[in-house]
Structure formats: C-alpha cells, structure tokens
Design a binder for this molecule. Structure first.
Ligand code: NAD
Ligand code: ZN
Length: 342
C-alpha cells in the first residue's frame, strides 16, 4: 500500500510502497479515507529539533484520519466492517493508576499514533479497539477526519465554565479558530482572538470571534476598552505556544480568571508570578482529548448545530501532499485535508 513515510533523518516526507499493517487479536484494520495535516506533522516534515529527538526513522506518520473498518481481530467486539470511524491518537497503557481509574487522558505512558507508532498517512492503519471512535450517522467525513485537533479545541475550551463569560484566545491557528466556534456555541459573551497573522485572524472572525486582534498593531487592553469590559477576561485559552502571547494573556485576565494552556512553547517562558498570585489565576495544562468524553461532546455539539467546516481551507489528493505541506508552511491555511481514495 501507499504511505507517507519519514524515511530519512532530513527534512521531507516520502510516498512509499509499504506492507499493509497486520492486525492483532485486539486491533481494528481501517481503510483510510481522509487525513488532516497537523502542526506536529509539519514539525516532522521540517525535521526540527523536537522531531529529530522524538521520531523513529523510518516510520509512517500522521494521526488525524477518518476511514472505514475492513477487518477486526478475533477478540474485537462491537466494531464491524463498513463502519465509519476515526482513531484517538493517544494509545494509553491501560494499567497505571490513572488508566485504571478511567482518567485515561492522564496516563503517563501515552504513545502517539504517527509519533511513537505507525501512523495514518497510509491506505490502511491498524488501531487497538480501545482507540476506535464510531462516528454518528450524518457527521461530515471531512470534519470527522479532524476530530483529533477539534478534540484539542473542545478539551481546552470546555475546561472551564463558559456561559456568559468573556473569553480570550491567543493564537488563531486551526485549533484557536475551532475553539472560537466552540466557545460561542457553548454560550460565551465576548470571544477575542489574537494572532500576528492577518489571514488567520480573518478565519477566526469568520468562525465566530467577536473581535480579532493583531497584537503587532493593537493591544488587547484597547479592545477590552472598546467592548466596554470593566474587568479582565474570565477564561483564557492559550493556543499559540508563544511566550509573548501567554504574557499578554496573564495581564488581561480578571481576578480569579482561569487559563487553559494547549499551546506548546518551544522553550521555557518567564512570567510575572505576582500576577498569578495576587490576581489568583488558575492555570491548567491540556494534553490531547479526554477519552472519550471530549469525543462525545464533539459529536453532540455538531449535532446541535456547531459548524467548524470553515476551518478546512485546503484539500488535496494524498499524492499531492507536497502542496499540502507547502500551504501549511505558508501560514495561510486552516486545516489541510489529504484524500487517500482519489
Ligand atoms: P499553529 O501553529 O497553527 O497556530 C499557532 C498560532 O499562534 C499561529 O497562527 C501563530 O501566528 C500564532 N501566534 C504566534 N505568535 C503569537 C502572538 N504573539 N500572539 C498571538 N498569536 C500568536 O498551531 P495549531 O495547530 O492551531 O495548535 C495550537 C497550539 O497547540 C500549538 O502550539 C500546538 O503545538 C499546540 N498543540 C498542543 C496539543 C496538546 O495536546 N497540548 C495538541 C495539538 C496542538
Ligand atoms: Zn496508563
């Protein structure tokens, strides 16, 4: 079968013929229909310091996908050929205290599909049955293919009470834009989104942001004043990984404000801890999705009218993957989808 492989320890990915994956007794074999390119895949393509120390070579990469079940192992139940599914990208150990208590997203021994084990940029993928999510009828397949990053947005956004609250989102990448739509759907009042990329700010606006702020030319404080906000933001969603963005967020929160941090900084960030202490801020780190509460919430929000389809801005046949990675690298994209059936 065809698969996108990190073949050599250098920038790039290579479309290769590789053997179809074998399934163990607890595994589900899925014929991949569509995949999303994640920022992580871009790190692997560009072969930055994180990728060099994390990714085994050679390996099939990719973890955002939707496809159809074609075979199941002898110990698998409740999954059948023909069903449309996605895979949760974090494979947990199942034995640690958190796993046993049902807090699987807190497993300390998580393995990432397409990061630590064979990925989804391929015609077929084998996934443990514990990681397969049945899509509800009617879920659009393109949207289904990005449940993984949509889940990052939902997990982060729903960490704190949103109803009637004012929300600051730093970073209008695909996840920040989806989060803007989610918090609006969940009943937030003002949703202010910051970035330094006008193209992406426009995308955030189209997905429901009340105001977008290019922090190179306008301060968050100015926007708060224009909106008539007397106090700071109630909830902050850090979705850039940028030090300045996080520092701006800390300064813009109300006393007692709550921050959920998804963005991954490339190096340690120094902050004014006095702001955290005297303003009594709560800061919560977010990794992945809650298994499977986040997946449930994603499904029911879509069924309840949430529309995140605008975040998908580019589509290519898998053979044209180079174009997909190029547009991701340009910064002028939301989610980019590769189709494995054409
Ligand atoms: P992305 O890189 O596409 O988006 C980040 C955005 O932040 C970019 O649009 C960038 O222009 C913007 N930015 C840069 N400087 C800024 C500043 N000073 N103020 C405001 N915005 C600024 O990333 P994404 O795919 O949308 O993911 C968002 C973040 O979440 C990334 O840091 C990613 O690594 C991280 N992530 C974390 C998890 C997790 O499980 N914790 C999962 C997926 C992604
Ligand atoms: Zn575990």
């Amino acid at each position: 079968m065809k698969a996108l492989v990190k073949l050599r320890s250098e920038p790039g990915l290579w479309m290769q013929d590789v053997p179809e994956p074998e399934i163990g007794i607890n595994d589900v074999l899925i014929k991949v229909e569509k995949t999303g390119i994640c920022g992580t895949d871009l790190h692997i393509y560009n072969w930055d310091a994180w990728a060099r120390k994390t990714i085994p070579v050679p390996m099939v990469v990719g973890h955002e996908f939707v496809g159809e079940i074609v075979a199941v192992g002898s110990n698998v139940h409740d999954f059948y050929a023909g069903e449309i599914v996605s895979g949760e990208g974090h494979v947990v150990c199942g034995h640690c205290r958190n796993c046993l208590a049902g807090r699987r997203h807190l497993c300390a021994d998580t393995k990432g599909i397409g990061v630590n084990r064979t990925g989804a940029f391929a015609e077929y993928i084998s996934v443990p049955q514990t990681n397969v999510w049945h899509h509800a009828p009617g879920i659009d397949h393109e949207v289904a293919s990005i449940f993984d990053p949509f889940g990052n947005a939902v997990h982060t956004a729903l960490s704190f009470d949103l109803l009637g609250e004012d929300i600051l989102i730093t970073g209008a990448g695909p996840i920040g834009c989806m989060a803007a739509a989610v918090v609006k759907h969940a009943g937030a009042r003002y949703v202010v989104v910051t970035d330094v990329n006008p193209w992406r700010l426009e995308l955030a606006r189209s997905m429901g942001a009340t105001r977008v702020v290019d922090v190179r030319t306008q301060s968050i404080a100015e926007v708060q004043k224009e909106l008539g906000m007397k106090e700071g933001f109630d909830v902050g969603l850090e979705m850039s990984g940028n030090a300045q963005a996080f520092q701006d967020m800390l300064a813009a929160m109300c006393h007692g404000g709550k921050i959920a941090m998804l963005g991954i900084p490339s190096q340690p960030i120094a902050i004014d801890w006095n702001t955290v202490i005297f303003n009594m801020l709560t800061i919560k780190g977010i990794y992945g999705r809650e298994m499977y509460e986040t997946w449930y919430k994603m499904t029911v929000m879509l069924q309840g009218g949430l529309d995140i389809s605008k975040v998908i801005t580019h589509r290519y046949p898998a053979a044209d993957f180079e174009q997909g990675f190029a547009v991701m690298n340009s910064g002028e994209s939301g989610k980019v989808i590769l189709d494995w059936t054409s």
